[in-house]
Ligand binder design. Structure first.
Ligand SMILES: [Zn+2]
Length: 293
C-alpha cells in the first residue's frame, strides 16, 4: 500500500489551478463542486476563499463556459431567488451588487448575463437594487429598452418607461441623448450596427480582398456564443414577439421572459447567426429537449 498525505502540501495558486485542470480532464462536464470533491484532496472552501468563488477559480483555470453551462440551464427562477435571499442573509444586507453575489454564491455570472436580469430578480426576491448600478451605462439603457420593447411587442413611449418592466426611467435616456426620440434613434443605430458587417474604408480601398475580409469578419462574429443586442432584437421581432414553441409573451403572461436559443447548440458547432437562432420563453427554454444529444 502506498502511503499518502491526507492533505496536499502545495497550496500555491499555481498548484490549485493545476489541480482544477487535472480534475477537469478526468470527469465529465460540467465540473461541479461535488465531482471535484470526489476526485481531489483540495478543499473547495479553500479554493473559494482564494479565488472569490468556485466559478472564478474555474475561470482562472481557463475552463470555458461549457464547463458550467449545462448546469446553469437547469437553474429555475425560484432557485435563483432563494440563492439571492441566502446571500442577503450571509452579507446581512438587503442590497448588494451582482459582483457581490457572484463572489458569495456558487451560481455563475452566466446566470446573470446582464445587469438588468439581476436587478429584476433582486426585486422579485424583495431585495433592493444596489445604488451603484443606478449609474447607467449606454448598454444598460439599451438592454432596458430592448426589454421594454419586446415586452410590449412594439416601440414603447416615454411614459411606459416609468413602469414595469422598465428599470431605467425615461429621464436617464433624455439626459444621455437629449430627447426620447433621439434615444430611440440611438437604439435603432445600435441594432443596425450589431447586425451589419462593418465595411471599413480599409476594406473599400482593397477591392479584391472585399469578400474574403467580410466573410472573415462575419465568421468571427458568428463564432461567438454571445448574441449581440441587435441580433437578439432582430430574432424576437422576426418571431413576432412570441415564444416559437408555446406562443406566449411577457405582455400576455406574467413571469415570462424571452431567451434567444441556438437551434443547433453552440457547443455542437451551431453558429450565432439569424438562421440558427429562435425566441423561446424561459419555461420552454428550460424544458426543451436537446434533439442533438
Ligand atoms: Zn414557451
Amino acid at each position: 500500500m502506498k502511503f499518502e498525505l491526507n492533505r496536499p502540501t502545495d497550496y500555491s495558486d499555481e498548484a490549485i489551478i493545476n489541480e482544477i485542470k487535472r480534475v477537469s480532464l478526468i470527469v465529465e462536464k460540467p465540473l461541479t463542486i461535488s465531482k471535484f470533491n470526489n476526485n481531489s484532496k483540495y478543499g473547495v472552501d479553500t479554493i473559494r476563499k482564494r479565488f472569490g468563488s468556485w466559478l472564478q477559480a474555474l475561470n482562472k483555470a481557463g475552463l470555458d463556459e461549457s464547463y458550467l453551462h449545462l448546469e446553469n440551464q437547469k437553474i429555475s427562477t425560484e432557485e435563483i431567488i432563494e440563492e439571492l435571499k441566502k446571500v442577503s442573509k450571509k452579507l446581512n444586507s438587503k442590497s448588494f451588487s451582482r459582483k457581490d453575489f457572484i463572489t458569495n454564491s456558487d451560481m455563475s455570472q452566466f446566470v446573470f448575463k446582464r445587469e438588468n436580469s439581476f436587478n429584476k430578480l433582486m426585486k422579485q426576491a424583495g431585495l433592493d437594487i444596489p445604488l451603484k448600478s443606478r449609474k447607467y451605462t449606454d448598454d444598460d439603457r439599451f438592454e432596458n429598452l430592448l426589454n421594454v420593447w419586446t415586452h410590449y411587442g412594439r416601440q414603447p413611449n416615454y411614459a411606459e418607461m416609468k413602469n414595469e418592466p422598465s428599470i431605467v426611467g425615461p429621464k436617464a435616456y433624455v439626459i444621455r441623448w437629449g430627447s426620447w426620440t433621439k434615444a430611440l434613434i440611438a437604439f435603432i443605430e445600435k441594432v443596425n450596427s450589431d447586425i451589419s458587417v462593418e465595411i471599413t474604408s480599409e476594406i473599400k480601398s482593397a477591392e479584391n480582398e472585399n469578400v474574403e475580409k467580410l466573410e472573415h469578419k462575419k465568421n468571427s462574429k458568428e463564432d461567438r456564443r454571445e448574441i449581440p443586442l441587435g441580433l437578439r432584437f432582430t430574432i424576437i421581432k422576426r418571431d413576432g414577439y412570441k415564444c416559437v414553441i408555446c406562443g406566449r409573451s411577457p405582455n400576455t403572461t406574467f413571469g415570462i421572459e424571452f431567451h434567444i436559443d441556438h437551434i443547433i447548440p453552440f457547443s455542437k458547432g451551431g453558429k450565432t447567426r439569424e438562421g440558427n437562432l429562435r425566441t423561446l420563453c424561459n419555461e420552454c427554454n428550460i424544458g426543451k429537449s436537446n434533439q442533438f444529444d
